[in-house]
Each structure stands twice: as structure tokens, then as C-alpha cells.
Design a protein around this ligand. Structure first.
Ligand SMILES: Nc1ncnc2c1ncn2[C@@H]1O[C@H](COP(=O)(O)OP(=O)(O)OP(=O)(O)O)[C@@H](O)[C@H]1O
Length: 281
């Protein structure tokens, strides 16, 4: 199989893509196109299909087969060797974290190096000095250099998450697919991570960020997609989509969205209720 990406193609194209989990459809005939360098955030209530969408792109899940054009194309192609595809994408997702934690004897450095091979392990003779250098730089960028020699099975949630983010960025992917990437990070690590995201976005790495936290919608993100019940509920520029009315309708609860100096915040209609600090982990 040819494993190169079409350089002019969109990052993601979904055409009437339906995905079932068990016997139940959780994405319903979804039409969606995300172009490269169109930094996109995806928000929606629990269970609306956000992680399913990420897994569809990384080929952990497949769409229901149907007649006509392929329902899913990534970087212009509907067929990929999954390892080749995943080496073009930097992924931070809970399942990946779980898989890495199960890999026997993996250190922080190994976990980052495994990203070069889109695997959960490092081939004995596959690592060169340049990879080690880039892994060290990525760990340092995530304030995790001190975790390089530690077994990742022994790290705290936030420490593991830092290593996972380093893994996602070390091989300089074309796009980052981030499924709730700041889970478990303390405030300093979150701020640091968001600054890293902004820098990568400005340098040309396409961001696709699944999040529950509007404050993670950094100014470089120029498109927001709201999902509800496996369908697109709203799609457009952040200022158009992130309105109090829309988010209240999405979550079925009165919410107030605030926007100042490029940052977003979500508050309850009751001004004493703030959601920006009530982060569920
Ligand atoms: N392995 C599975 N088997 C059956 N149903 C599943 C499975 N995994 C997920 N689902 C269901 O698919 C739906 C979509 O799940 P998904 O994980 O994509 O939601 P999500 O939007 O990422 O939610 P959250 O915000 O809670 O992470 C949910 O109803 C969920 O219960």
C-alpha cells in the first residue's frame, strides 16, 4: 500500500459516515470536512460521539459500509496502513494512555520514542540519536525531562499526561488529535500546554481538539464544532458558535459564555457559578 499523504487534501473528510458502538449508531451520517491548518475544537456533552470521531480518524473504529464514495478520508486517502497514518498524526487520547500504561517496563523516554513508530513499544534497533534528541526536547518542552527514566506505570496521572503530550509532539506530526488532553494536568501544566499548542498551531501543525473546557479554545482555533447525539449541532467561527444560547441548548442548562482578550469562559446563568474551575477528571 502507498503510505504517503496527498499534500493538497483536507485533513479529514467524512461523507455520510455512520459509526456503531455495539449495535447502536453513535455517529449518524456525519458530513464533515476539516482542512489542514484549520485549527478546530470539538465540544459536546458526554456520550455525544467526540471520542468516536477521533477513533474514526485514527482507524481504531470503522464506519458502517455503504454504497458510493468512501465515508472517511484522512489526508486524501480512504485506505491507510494504520501505523503509517498514526505516524503522521500526534494523538493524545485516554485509550492510548491506558495502552501505554499496560506496556511492560516502558520508561517515560520509551513512551515518547514509541510515538516515532506509532506503537506501544520501541523496536530494539530502531532508535537513532536524532530521535533521542527530539524525544528529550519534547519531554523538556512538556516540563517532563525528569520523567524520562521513570517507569510510566509509576507516574501520576498528570505526569503520565505530560509524557503522552511529549509523545504526540516529538515526531513533529502534521496534525495533533487531542482528546481531552489536559485531563489530570495541574494549572501550571495546563497553561504551559496551551502555550505549546498555540506555538505549534502558529508553526503549521493542524490542531483538532476535543474538549469539555471552553477556556482551552485558544485564539488560534478558528472553528468550533458542537456535537450532540452523534450529529453536528453547530459549526463555525468561535464567536458565532460559542454563544450563551447555543451552549445552553447544547447542554440543556442555562449557561453564560464570556469572552475577553482572546480567552473563553463558561459560567452558569447564576453569576456565582463558575464552570471554568469545576473540571471533571
Ligand atoms: N465500547 C463501546 N461499546 C458500546 N458503546 C460504546 C462503547 N464506547 C462508547 N460507547 C457509546 O458510544 C457513545 C459515544 O461515546 P464517545 O466515547 O464517543 O462519547 P464522548 O462524546 O467522547 O463522551 P465523553 O465526553 O463522555 O468522553 C456513548 O453513548 C457511549 O456509551
Amino acid at each position: 500500500m502507498n503510505d504517503t499523504a496527498d499534500p493538497g487534501a483536507p485533513l479529514i473528510e467524512l461523507e455520510r459516515a455512520t459509526v456503531c458502538r455495539g449495535a447502536v449508531p453513535v455517529l449518524h451520517e456525519l458530513d464533515l470536512r476539516i482542512d489542514r491548518r484549520r485549527h478546530t475544537a470539538i465540544l459536546g456533552p458526554n456520550g455525544c460521539g467526540k471520542s468516536t470521531l477521533v477513533k474514526l480518524v485514527t482507524r481504531e473504529l470503522y464506519p458502517v459500509a455503504r454504497e458510493g464514495a468512501a465515508p472517511v478520508r484522512v489526508l486524501g486517502r480512504s485506505r491507510w496502513d494504520v501505523f503509517a497514518l498514526r505516524s503522521l498524526l500526534g494523538v493524545v487520547a485516554p485509550d492510548l494512555q491506558r495502552d501505554l500504561l499496560r506496556a511492560p517496563g516502558l520508561t517515560g523516554e520509551d513512551a515518547v520514542l514509541s510515538g516515532f513508530f506509532a506503537a506501544q513499544r520501541v523496536p530494539a534497533d530502531g532508535v537513532d540519536a536524532a530521535m533521542r534528541e527530539r524525544a528529550a526536547a519534547a519531554l523538556a518542552q512538556c516540563d517532563a525531562a525528569h520523567l524520562a527514566a521513570r517507569p510510566i506505570a509509576e507516574l501520576s496521572t498528570g505526569e503520565t499526561r505530560r509524557v503522552l503530550i511529549a509523545r504526540a509532539i516529538a515526531h513533529r506530526p502534521q496534525a495533533l488529535l487531542l482528546d481531552e488532553p489536559t485531563t489530570g494536568l495541574d494549572v501550571a501544566a495546563q497553561a504551559h500546554f496551551l502555550a505549546t499548542l498555540r506555538r505549534l498551531a502558529r508553526a503549521g501543525t493542524t490542531l483538532v481538539l476535543v474538549t469539555h473546557h471552553v477556556e482551552e479554545i485558544v485564539p488560534e482555533i478558528d472553528r468550533v464544532i458542537l456535537l450532540r447525539g452523534g450529529r453536528v449541532f453547530a459549526d463555525g467561527a468561535p464567536a458565532q458558535v460559542l454563544t450563551s444560547a447555543r451552549l445552553s441548548a447544547l447542554y440543556g442548562l442555562p449557561l453564560r459564555v464570556e469572552h475577553d482578550g482572546g480567552g473563553w469562559r463558561l459560567a452558569g446563568a447564576d453569576p456565582n457559578v463558575s464552570f471554568s474551575t469545576a473540571r471533571e477528571h
